[in-house]
Design a protein around this ligand. Structure first.
Ligand SMILES: *Cc1c(COP(=O)(O)O)cnc(C)c1O
Length: 438
Protein backbone atom coordinates (compact mmCIF):
# COMPACT_ATOMS: atom_id res chain seq x y z
CA UNK A 1 0.00 0.00 0.00
CA UNK A 2 1.30 3.48 -0.91
CA UNK A 3 1.68 5.93 1.92
CA UNK A 4 -1.40 8.15 1.65
CA UNK A 5 -0.97 11.71 0.42
CA UNK A 6 -0.83 14.07 3.39
CA UNK A 7 -2.43 16.84 1.42
CA UNK A 8 -5.31 14.63 0.24
CA UNK A 9 -5.95 13.43 3.81
CA UNK A 10 -5.96 17.02 5.09
CA UNK A 11 -8.34 18.18 2.34
CA UNK A 12 -10.70 15.31 3.08
CA UNK A 13 -11.26 16.88 6.53
CA UNK A 14 -11.73 20.46 5.31
CA UNK A 15 -15.38 20.22 6.46
CA UNK A 16 -14.18 20.15 10.08
CA UNK A 17 -13.49 23.89 9.81
CA UNK A 18 -9.93 23.43 11.16
CA UNK A 19 -7.22 25.48 9.40
CA UNK A 20 -5.49 23.54 6.60
CA UNK A 21 -2.04 23.67 8.29
CA UNK A 22 -3.55 22.18 11.45
CA UNK A 23 -5.04 19.31 9.42
CA UNK A 24 -1.71 18.77 7.62
CA UNK A 25 0.05 18.55 10.99
CA UNK A 26 -2.47 16.01 12.30
CA UNK A 27 -2.29 13.94 9.10
CA UNK A 28 1.53 13.88 9.21
CA UNK A 29 1.57 12.70 12.79
CA UNK A 30 -1.01 9.97 12.21
CA UNK A 31 0.73 8.72 9.04
CA UNK A 32 4.01 8.52 10.93
CA UNK A 33 2.47 6.70 13.86
CA UNK A 34 0.02 4.08 12.55
CA UNK A 35 -0.04 1.45 9.75
CA UNK A 36 -1.48 2.72 6.44
CA UNK A 37 -4.74 0.76 6.77
CA UNK A 38 -5.55 2.48 10.08
CA UNK A 39 -4.73 6.03 9.02
CA UNK A 40 -8.26 7.10 8.09
CA UNK A 41 -9.93 5.88 11.26
CA UNK A 42 -7.25 7.27 13.56
CA UNK A 43 -7.21 10.60 11.70
CA UNK A 44 -11.01 10.89 11.96
CA UNK A 45 -10.85 10.65 15.71
CA UNK A 46 -7.77 12.93 15.95
CA UNK A 47 -9.66 15.60 13.96
CA UNK A 48 -12.76 15.19 16.15
CA UNK A 49 -10.63 15.54 19.28
CA UNK A 50 -8.97 18.69 17.95
CA UNK A 51 -12.34 20.23 16.96
CA UNK A 52 -13.60 19.58 20.50
CA UNK A 53 -10.77 21.79 21.82
CA UNK A 54 -12.09 24.88 20.03
CA UNK A 55 -13.55 27.46 22.40
CA UNK A 56 -17.31 27.77 22.05
CA UNK A 57 -20.57 28.20 23.87
CA UNK A 58 -21.78 25.30 25.97
CA UNK A 59 -24.99 24.97 27.97
CA UNK A 60 -24.18 24.51 31.65
CA UNK A 61 -26.75 22.08 33.01
CA UNK A 62 -24.66 21.09 36.02
CA UNK A 63 -26.18 23.50 38.54
CA UNK A 64 -22.66 24.65 39.46
CA UNK A 65 -22.73 28.41 38.86
CA UNK A 66 -18.97 29.03 38.90
CA UNK A 67 -17.86 25.86 37.14
CA UNK A 68 -14.07 25.71 37.06
CA UNK A 69 -14.11 23.65 33.83
CA UNK A 70 -16.66 25.90 32.12
CA UNK A 71 -14.82 29.20 32.51
CA UNK A 72 -15.96 29.98 36.06
CA UNK A 73 -18.23 33.06 35.78
CA UNK A 74 -20.07 33.67 32.48
CA UNK A 75 -19.01 36.94 30.85
CA UNK A 76 -19.39 38.20 27.31
CA UNK A 77 -16.17 38.95 25.48
CA UNK A 78 -16.06 42.43 24.00
CA UNK A 79 -15.79 41.26 20.39
CA UNK A 80 -14.46 44.62 19.28
CA UNK A 81 -11.39 44.66 17.05
CA UNK A 82 -10.86 48.44 16.93
CA UNK A 83 -8.19 50.48 18.71
CA UNK A 84 -9.14 51.70 22.16
CA UNK A 85 -8.00 54.46 24.51
CA UNK A 86 -6.30 51.81 26.70
CA UNK A 87 -3.45 54.14 27.69
CA UNK A 88 -4.44 57.35 25.98
CA UNK A 89 -6.08 60.40 27.50
CA UNK A 90 -8.94 61.63 25.34
CA UNK A 91 -9.08 64.71 27.58
CA UNK A 92 -5.62 66.08 26.76
CA UNK A 93 -4.19 63.77 24.07
CA UNK A 94 -1.34 62.59 26.28
CA UNK A 95 -0.54 59.17 27.69
CA UNK A 96 -3.41 58.07 29.89
CA UNK A 97 -3.42 55.80 32.92
CA UNK A 98 -4.21 52.19 32.11
CA UNK A 99 -7.24 50.74 33.89
CA UNK A 100 -8.19 54.06 35.51
CA UNK A 101 -11.93 53.63 34.91
CA UNK A 102 -11.81 50.15 36.46
CA UNK A 103 -9.85 51.23 39.52
CA UNK A 104 -12.13 54.24 39.94
CA UNK A 105 -15.20 51.98 39.97
CA UNK A 106 -13.50 49.45 42.27
CA UNK A 107 -12.66 52.09 44.87
CA UNK A 108 -16.12 53.63 44.68
CA UNK A 109 -17.82 50.24 45.14
CA UNK A 110 -15.63 49.03 48.02
CA UNK A 111 -14.74 52.28 49.80
CA UNK A 112 -11.02 51.59 49.24
CA UNK A 113 -8.54 54.44 48.80
CA UNK A 114 -6.95 52.81 45.78
CA UNK A 115 -7.14 49.73 43.58
CA UNK A 116 -4.94 47.74 41.23
CA UNK A 117 -5.96 45.19 38.60
CA UNK A 118 -3.93 42.09 37.76
CA UNK A 119 -4.47 38.72 36.05
CA UNK A 120 -6.02 36.84 38.96
CA UNK A 121 -6.19 36.80 42.73
CA UNK A 122 -3.12 34.58 42.94
CA UNK A 123 -1.13 37.30 41.15
CA UNK A 124 -2.55 39.98 43.46
CA UNK A 125 -1.40 38.06 46.55
CA UNK A 126 1.99 37.27 45.05
CA UNK A 127 2.56 40.90 44.02
CA UNK A 128 1.60 42.24 47.45
CA UNK A 129 3.83 39.75 49.27
CA UNK A 130 6.81 40.36 46.98
CA UNK A 131 6.42 44.14 47.31
CA UNK A 132 5.66 44.46 51.01
CA UNK A 133 7.14 41.38 52.68
CA UNK A 134 10.21 40.29 50.70
CA UNK A 135 12.85 39.12 53.21
CA UNK A 136 10.41 39.87 56.01
CA UNK A 137 8.13 37.76 58.16
CA UNK A 138 4.46 37.18 57.39
CA UNK A 139 2.20 35.90 60.15
CA UNK A 140 -0.43 33.35 59.07
CA UNK A 141 -2.70 31.27 61.31
CA UNK A 142 -2.11 27.50 61.07
CA UNK A 143 -5.83 27.22 60.29
CA UNK A 144 -5.33 29.28 57.12
CA UNK A 145 -2.26 27.63 55.57
CA UNK A 146 -4.42 26.28 52.82
CA UNK A 147 -4.38 25.09 49.26
CA UNK A 148 -6.91 26.92 47.13
CA UNK A 149 -6.43 24.57 44.18
CA UNK A 150 -4.34 24.49 41.05
CA UNK A 151 -1.16 24.42 43.13
CA UNK A 152 -1.89 27.68 44.97
CA UNK A 153 -0.64 26.77 48.43
CA UNK A 154 -0.20 29.62 50.85
CA UNK A 155 3.17 28.44 52.28
CA UNK A 156 4.58 27.94 48.76
CA UNK A 157 3.35 31.32 47.53
CA UNK A 158 4.94 32.96 50.55
CA UNK A 159 8.25 31.21 49.93
CA UNK A 160 8.17 32.16 46.25
CA UNK A 161 7.63 35.81 47.10
CA UNK A 162 10.73 35.86 49.31
CA UNK A 163 8.76 36.21 52.55
CA UNK A 164 9.30 34.08 55.65
CA UNK A 165 6.27 32.32 57.05
CA UNK A 166 5.58 32.88 60.75
CA UNK A 167 2.97 30.28 61.75
CA UNK A 168 0.74 31.01 64.71
CA UNK A 169 -2.00 29.13 66.58
CA UNK A 170 -3.23 25.64 65.78
CA UNK A 171 -5.28 24.09 62.98
CA UNK A 172 -8.60 24.79 64.71
CA UNK A 173 -7.81 27.63 67.07
CA UNK A 174 -5.81 30.84 66.78
CA UNK A 175 -6.35 33.69 69.23
CA UNK A 176 -5.21 37.27 69.59
CA UNK A 177 -2.64 36.19 72.20
CA UNK A 178 -0.93 33.99 69.57
CA UNK A 179 -0.73 36.98 67.28
CA UNK A 180 0.58 39.31 69.96
CA UNK A 181 3.32 36.82 70.92
CA UNK A 182 4.43 36.52 67.31
CA UNK A 183 4.43 40.31 66.92
CA UNK A 184 6.24 41.01 70.15
CA UNK A 185 9.82 40.81 68.93
CA UNK A 186 8.95 43.33 66.21
CA UNK A 187 11.29 46.30 66.53
CA UNK A 188 13.41 44.12 68.78
CA UNK A 189 15.59 41.20 67.84
CA UNK A 190 13.08 39.50 65.50
CA UNK A 191 14.74 37.99 62.48
CA UNK A 192 13.42 38.78 60.01
CA UNK A 193 11.06 41.47 61.33
CA UNK A 194 7.37 40.90 60.68
CA UNK A 195 6.01 43.00 57.81
CA UNK A 196 2.51 41.59 57.47
CA UNK A 197 -0.34 39.70 59.06
CA UNK A 198 -2.03 37.73 56.27
CA UNK A 199 -5.56 36.47 56.74
CA UNK A 200 -6.57 33.85 54.18
CA UNK A 201 -10.29 33.40 53.66
CA UNK A 202 -11.53 29.83 54.04
CA UNK A 203 -12.97 29.98 50.54
CA UNK A 204 -13.29 26.30 49.74
CA UNK A 205 -13.39 24.56 53.11
CA UNK A 206 -14.76 25.00 56.62
CA UNK A 207 -13.39 24.13 60.01
CA UNK A 208 -16.32 23.52 62.32
CA UNK A 209 -16.63 22.57 65.97
CA UNK A 210 -14.14 23.78 68.60
CA UNK A 211 -12.71 26.71 66.64
CA UNK A 212 -11.44 30.23 67.15
CA UNK A 213 -9.87 32.70 64.79
CA UNK A 214 -8.56 36.24 64.83
CA UNK A 215 -10.70 38.72 62.92
CA UNK A 216 -9.28 41.41 60.65
CA UNK A 217 -10.37 44.04 63.19
CA UNK A 218 -8.55 42.22 66.02
CA UNK A 219 -5.43 41.79 63.89
CA UNK A 220 -5.41 45.49 62.98
CA UNK A 221 -5.75 46.43 66.63
CA UNK A 222 -3.01 44.06 67.79
CA UNK A 223 -0.45 44.88 65.12
CA UNK A 224 1.75 47.98 65.20
CA UNK A 225 1.10 50.55 62.46
CA UNK A 226 4.08 49.53 60.33
CA UNK A 227 2.77 45.95 60.03
CA UNK A 228 0.36 45.56 57.09
CA UNK A 229 -2.84 43.60 57.65
CA UNK A 230 -3.83 41.95 54.37
CA UNK A 231 -6.85 39.75 53.65
CA UNK A 232 -6.69 37.23 50.82
CA UNK A 233 -10.43 37.03 50.30
CA UNK A 234 -10.48 35.05 47.05
CA UNK A 235 -14.23 34.69 46.71
CA UNK A 236 -14.69 38.33 45.82
CA UNK A 237 -18.08 39.28 47.20
CA UNK A 238 -17.89 43.04 46.67
CA UNK A 239 -20.25 44.09 49.43
CA UNK A 240 -22.07 41.84 51.89
CA UNK A 241 -25.15 44.10 51.65
CA UNK A 242 -25.64 43.04 47.97
CA UNK A 243 -27.21 46.38 46.99
CA UNK A 244 -27.42 45.11 43.39
CA UNK A 245 -30.06 42.57 44.42
CA UNK A 246 -33.56 43.96 44.97
CA UNK A 247 -34.13 41.37 47.70
CA UNK A 248 -30.81 41.97 49.50
CA UNK A 249 -28.34 39.17 50.36
CA UNK A 250 -29.69 35.68 49.60
CA UNK A 251 -29.70 33.35 52.62
CA UNK A 252 -27.22 30.93 51.00
CA UNK A 253 -24.51 33.63 51.21
CA UNK A 254 -24.40 33.00 54.97
CA UNK A 255 -21.83 35.25 56.61
CA UNK A 256 -19.58 35.47 53.55
CA UNK A 257 -17.47 38.61 54.07
CA UNK A 258 -17.64 41.43 51.53
CA UNK A 259 -14.63 43.44 50.39
CA UNK A 260 -16.24 46.67 51.61
CA UNK A 261 -16.79 45.22 55.10
CA UNK A 262 -13.29 43.73 55.41
CA UNK A 263 -11.79 47.11 54.49
CA UNK A 264 -14.09 48.86 56.96
CA UNK A 265 -12.94 46.37 59.63
CA UNK A 266 -9.41 47.69 59.18
CA UNK A 267 -7.69 45.61 56.48
CA UNK A 268 -4.94 47.64 54.81
CA UNK A 269 -5.17 45.53 51.66
CA UNK A 270 -7.67 43.03 50.28
CA UNK A 271 -7.02 40.67 47.35
CA UNK A 272 -9.99 39.20 45.45
CA UNK A 273 -10.76 37.24 42.33
CA UNK A 274 -12.69 38.83 39.46
CA UNK A 275 -14.41 35.65 38.34
CA UNK A 276 -15.73 34.12 41.55
CA UNK A 277 -18.61 35.83 43.38
CA UNK A 278 -17.77 39.08 41.59
CA UNK A 279 -19.00 37.37 38.44
CA UNK A 280 -16.61 39.15 36.07
CA UNK A 281 -13.72 38.03 33.85
CA UNK A 282 -10.63 36.23 35.15
CA UNK A 283 -8.80 39.00 36.98
CA UNK A 284 -7.50 39.92 40.41
CA UNK A 285 -8.16 43.09 42.35
CA UNK A 286 -5.91 44.47 45.05
CA UNK A 287 -7.70 47.23 46.95
CA UNK A 288 -6.83 49.23 50.03
CA UNK A 289 -4.45 51.90 51.31
CA UNK A 290 -3.17 54.17 48.53
CA UNK A 291 0.47 54.14 49.68
CA UNK A 292 0.58 50.32 49.66
CA UNK A 293 -1.28 49.93 46.36
CA UNK A 294 1.09 52.48 44.85
CA UNK A 295 4.17 50.54 45.99
CA UNK A 296 2.72 47.34 44.50
CA UNK A 297 2.00 49.16 41.22
CA UNK A 298 5.65 50.20 40.96
CA UNK A 299 7.11 46.73 41.66
CA UNK A 300 8.81 45.13 38.60
CA UNK A 301 6.46 42.11 38.87
CA UNK A 302 3.52 44.40 38.04
CA UNK A 303 4.39 44.44 34.36
CA UNK A 304 4.35 40.64 34.31
CA UNK A 305 0.99 40.27 36.04
CA UNK A 306 -1.04 43.12 34.53
CA UNK A 307 -4.01 42.07 32.44
CA UNK A 308 -4.88 42.89 28.86
CA UNK A 309 -7.22 45.48 27.41
CA UNK A 310 -9.99 42.96 26.71
CA UNK A 311 -10.09 41.88 30.35
CA UNK A 312 -10.08 45.49 31.55
CA UNK A 313 -13.07 46.26 29.37
CA UNK A 314 -15.02 43.25 30.58
CA UNK A 315 -14.19 44.18 34.17
CA UNK A 316 -15.24 47.78 33.54
CA UNK A 317 -18.59 46.51 32.25
CA UNK A 318 -19.06 44.22 35.26
CA UNK A 319 -18.23 46.95 37.79
CA UNK A 320 -20.43 49.46 35.94
CA UNK A 321 -23.31 46.98 36.23
CA UNK A 322 -22.71 46.84 40.01
CA UNK A 323 -22.69 50.64 40.17
CA UNK A 324 -25.95 50.82 38.18
CA UNK A 325 -27.47 47.90 40.14
CA UNK A 326 -28.13 46.38 36.74
CA UNK A 327 -28.72 42.69 37.32
CA UNK A 328 -28.82 41.99 33.56
CA UNK A 329 -25.16 43.01 33.42
CA UNK A 330 -24.29 40.49 36.17
CA UNK A 331 -25.13 37.06 34.70
CA UNK A 332 -23.78 35.15 37.70
CA UNK A 333 -26.07 37.00 40.13
CA UNK A 334 -28.99 36.93 37.78
CA UNK A 335 -28.72 33.13 37.37
CA UNK A 336 -28.10 32.64 41.10
CA UNK A 337 -31.18 34.60 42.17
CA UNK A 338 -33.77 33.46 39.61
CA UNK A 339 -36.74 32.16 41.60
CA UNK A 340 -37.54 28.45 41.59
CA UNK A 341 -41.04 29.36 40.36
CA UNK A 342 -39.54 30.96 37.26
CA UNK A 343 -37.36 27.87 36.72
CA UNK A 344 -40.42 25.60 37.14
CA UNK A 345 -42.33 27.57 34.52
CA UNK A 346 -39.47 27.23 32.08
CA UNK A 347 -39.15 23.53 32.86
CA UNK A 348 -42.88 23.00 32.28
CA UNK A 349 -42.69 24.82 28.99
CA UNK A 350 -39.78 22.62 27.84
CA UNK A 351 -41.71 19.47 28.87
CA UNK A 352 -44.78 20.46 26.81
CA UNK A 353 -42.60 20.82 23.72
CA UNK A 354 -41.04 17.36 24.01
CA UNK A 355 -42.42 14.43 21.99
CA UNK A 356 -45.22 12.73 23.85
CA UNK A 357 -42.97 10.90 26.22
CA UNK A 358 -43.24 10.59 29.99
CA UNK A 359 -39.61 9.66 30.62
CA UNK A 360 -38.45 13.25 31.27
CA UNK A 361 -39.69 14.78 34.50
CA UNK A 362 -39.20 17.94 36.47
CA UNK A 363 -37.51 17.52 39.87
CA UNK A 364 -36.28 19.70 42.73
CA UNK A 365 -32.49 19.96 42.76
CA UNK A 366 -29.74 21.66 44.70
CA UNK A 367 -27.40 24.02 42.88
CA UNK A 368 -24.10 25.39 44.22
CA UNK A 369 -21.93 28.42 43.61
CA UNK A 370 -18.83 26.28 43.01
CA UNK A 371 -15.47 27.66 41.88
CA UNK A 372 -14.03 27.14 45.35
CA UNK A 373 -16.56 29.46 47.01
CA UNK A 374 -19.18 28.97 49.72
CA UNK A 375 -18.65 25.27 50.54
CA UNK A 376 -21.89 23.77 51.79
CA UNK A 377 -24.08 26.58 50.45
CA UNK A 378 -27.13 24.96 48.85
CA UNK A 379 -29.22 26.92 46.38
CA UNK A 380 -32.68 25.45 45.82
CA UNK A 381 -33.17 24.74 42.14
CA UNK A 382 -35.17 22.87 39.52
CA UNK A 383 -33.98 20.33 36.98
CA UNK A 384 -35.14 18.03 34.21
CA UNK A 385 -34.40 14.38 34.92
CA UNK A 386 -34.25 11.51 32.46
CA UNK A 387 -33.51 7.85 33.08
CA UNK A 388 -30.06 6.40 32.46
CA UNK A 389 -26.69 8.04 31.96
CA UNK A 390 -27.23 10.29 28.92
CA UNK A 391 -24.41 12.71 29.77
CA UNK A 392 -22.28 11.82 26.73
CA UNK A 393 -25.20 12.05 24.27
CA UNK A 394 -26.18 15.48 25.61
CA UNK A 395 -22.57 16.63 25.42
CA UNK A 396 -22.57 15.69 21.72
CA UNK A 397 -25.48 18.09 21.02
CA UNK A 398 -24.92 21.39 19.27
CA UNK A 399 -24.39 23.47 21.35
CA UNK A 400 -23.14 20.88 23.85
CA UNK A 401 -25.36 20.41 26.90
CA UNK A 402 -23.29 19.59 30.00
CA UNK A 403 -25.49 17.59 32.37
CA UNK A 404 -24.74 15.51 35.45
CA UNK A 405 -25.62 11.88 36.08
CA UNK A 406 -26.04 10.17 39.42
CA UNK A 407 -27.69 6.93 40.51
CA UNK A 408 -28.90 6.03 37.06
CA UNK A 409 -30.52 9.42 36.37
CA UNK A 410 -29.33 12.30 34.19
CA UNK A 411 -30.21 15.79 35.37
CA UNK A 412 -30.10 19.11 33.52
CA UNK A 413 -30.22 21.74 36.25
CA UNK A 414 -32.03 24.84 34.97
CA UNK A 415 -30.37 27.15 37.54
CA UNK A 416 -27.28 27.46 35.31
CA UNK A 417 -29.10 27.42 31.94
CA UNK A 418 -29.74 30.88 30.45
CA UNK A 419 -33.40 31.29 29.50
CA UNK A 420 -32.48 31.82 25.84
CA UNK A 421 -30.86 28.38 25.95
CA UNK A 422 -34.17 26.62 26.70
CA UNK A 423 -34.77 26.16 22.96
CA UNK A 424 -31.49 24.30 22.29
CA UNK A 425 -32.03 22.25 25.48
CA UNK A 426 -35.48 21.32 24.17
CA UNK A 427 -33.98 20.42 20.79
CA UNK A 428 -31.26 18.29 22.39
CA UNK A 429 -33.80 16.40 24.53
CA UNK A 430 -36.11 15.91 21.56
CA UNK A 431 -33.32 14.37 19.48
CA UNK A 432 -32.34 12.15 22.37
CA UNK A 433 -35.91 10.90 22.89
CA UNK A 434 -36.48 10.35 19.17
CA UNK A 435 -33.30 8.29 19.01
CA UNK A 436 -34.26 6.30 22.11
CA UNK A 437 -37.62 5.36 20.61
CA UNK A 438 -36.30 4.63 17.13
C1 LIG B 1 -9.60 31.44 44.59
C2 LIG B 1 -8.66 31.99 45.58
C3 LIG B 1 -7.40 32.44 45.18
C4 LIG B 1 -6.95 32.37 43.74
O1 LIG B 1 -7.76 33.19 42.94
P1 LIG B 1 -7.57 33.19 41.36
O2 LIG B 1 -8.30 34.40 40.91
O3 LIG B 1 -8.16 31.92 40.87
O4 LIG B 1 -6.11 33.28 41.12
C5 LIG B 1 -6.54 32.94 46.13
N1 LIG B 1 -6.92 33.01 47.43
C6 LIG B 1 -8.12 32.61 47.86
C7 LIG B 1 -8.46 32.72 49.31
C8 LIG B 1 -9.04 32.09 46.94
O5 LIG B 1 -10.24 31.69 47.35
Amino acid sequence: MHPPSIDRLARAHAGSGLPHPTLVGLARRVVAEVPADQVEGVLDSAVAKRVALEAREVINGTGVLLHTNLGRSPVSASGNDRYTNLEFSLADGGRGPRAAAVTDLATMLTGAEAALVVNNCAAAVMLALATLANERGVIVSRGELVEIGGGFRVPDVLAQSGATLVEVGTTNRTNVGDLVTALEPNGGAADPPVAMVLKVHQSNYRIIGFTESVSVAQAREAAPDEVVVMADLGSGLLDARCQWLAGGPPSWLGDEPGVAQVLADGADLVAVSGDKLMGGPQAGLLVGRADLVDRCARHPLMRAVRCGGGTLRMLERTLTAYANRDLDGLPFWSLATTTCDALRQRGASILTQLPNDRSVEMIDTVATTGGGTLPGADIASVGLALPGDRVAALRASEPPVIARAAEGTTVIDLRTVFSDQDAPVTAALTRLLDRTRA
